[in-house]
Design a binder for this molecule. Sequence first.
Ligand SMILES: *Cc1c(COP(=O)(O)O)cnc(C)c1O
Length: 225
Amino acid sequence: MNQATSEGASHLAEVKLRIADAARAAGRAIADVTLVAVSKTHGADRVRELLDAGQRVFGENRVQEAEEKFPALKAEYPDLELHLIGPLQTNKAREAVALFDVIQSVDRERLAATLAKEMERAGRRPSCFIQVNTGEEPQKAGVLPADLDAFVTACRDLHKLPVVGLMCIPPVDEEPALHFALLTKMAARNGLAQVSMGMSADYETAVRLGATHVRVGSALFGVRH
Ligand SMILES: *Cc1c(COP(=O)(O)O)cnc(C)c1O
C-alpha cells in the first residue's frame, strides 16, 4: 500500500498548502491555524487514510456517529484530537464530555450548566468554543451577537467552563468574510484567542481574517452521501 499517493493524502496536502499560502499572505504564522478534518458520514477507513498521512485533528457533528468511529481510533492514536462541531443536546452532554477533546457548539445557558456538571463529574474538561449565530438565522444554532458578551461571562465566571474561543457558520447566501471579520472582532473583545470559522468553500478567506481553526470536510473527503 502506497500511503503517500492515497486520495486522502493528496487532498490533505493540497488543503494544507492552501492554508499555508493564505496564512503567509495575511502575515500569520502557519502554526497558528489548525485544520479540523470533518469526517462526518465517512467511515473509519477514510479517517485512517488521513491519520496515516499525519492528520490528527478531526471534527464530527453527531455524538452517536463519533461514538461509533472514534473510540478505537483514539486508542490507537493517543494524540488524536476530536472536536464536536454540531449541535449538542443536553441529554448527550455526558457522552460528549467523555469522548470529545473540544466542544465547539456551546450556545445556551442550560447546556453550559449541564456541561459544567458533567465535566466536574467526569474529571475531564474538554475546551469549549461558543457558537455565535452571526447571521441571526432563526433556524440556526448559536448565541445571538447581542447576547454574546454576557453569555461568555456566564460560561467563564458562573459555570467555570474552559472557554477558549468562538465558532460560527455563516449563512449560505451571504458573503462569509463579513461574518468572519465580525467573529474575530467579538473574540478579541472577549479576550478569547481562538476562532473557528471557514469550511471547504471559504477556509482561505477565514484564515486571512483570523481563523485559528478551519473545519474542512468535502475538500478532504469528497462529497457526502
Ligand atoms: C459539515 C460541517 C463542516 C464541513 O463542511 P464542508 O463544506 O464539507 O467543508 C464544517 N463545519 C460544520 C459545523 C459542519 O457541520
